[in-house]
Design a protein around this ligand. Structure first.
Ligand code: FES
Length: 173
């Protein structure tokens, strides 16, 4: 038996809850998904387009200070790339296997994890190439402003060790 989206909401009562709480499942968060219950992602300026050097990653943190990421201009169009050449991407650099920081190797254009040797391809959306990991590198969603500034606006995939990339904060009465 397949469960339609409508019946899922009926059976779980989430449809009524969502209707009663506007914005409860904002943006990409789906009930039952890893991002359910998260707040909206922050919009964070990262760098200017003219400051990027092809094949040289730029460190930043997103969606908070505990989540190391890198911005990368690859010099040719890639899936999910932004900018005039569709060549700018960004990823969490924490390995999805056990959270070791991966390193970008400019000669092979791969992210490599020194802990258990997983390898990821930033030219293919952070796809895992080989190794112990079972997931791709989480991708940071980017936007380019008219003034040439690049900003982070969201993520696809779960940062290692988290149940949600952006957690709901308790609001005291
Ligand atoms: S932590 Fe990266 S492969 Fe194990």
């Amino acid at each position: 038996m397949t469960l339609s989206r409508r019946n899922f909401f009926k059976l779980t009562g989430l449809g009524a809850a969502a209707a009663a709480t506007p914005g409860a499942f904002a943006q990409n968060a789906m009930p039952g998904s890893a991002d359910a219950g998260r707040q909206a992602y922050p919009v964070q300026p990262i760098a200017r387009l003219d400051a990027l050097v092809v094949n040289q990653p730029l460190d930043f943190a997103y969606p908070d200070a505990g989540s190391a990421c890198q911005l990368l201009r690859l010099g040719h169009a890639v899936p999910g790339g932004i900018g005039p050449q569709q060549d700018i991407v960004a990823y969490s650099i924490l390995c999805p296997h056990m959270g070791c920081p991966t390193s970008y190797e400019s000669s092979s254009r791969r992210y490599k994890c020194g802990c258990h040797f997983s390898v990821f391809d930033p030219e293919m959306g952070g796809q895992q190439v080989i190794g112990q990991a079972t997931q791709d590198l989480p991708r940071v969603l980017l936007e380019l402003d008219d003034d040439g500034s690049i900003r982070a606006v969201g993520m696809v995939g779960l940062v290692y060790g988290r149940q949600s990339n952006v957690m709901v904060q308790e609001v005291s009465a």
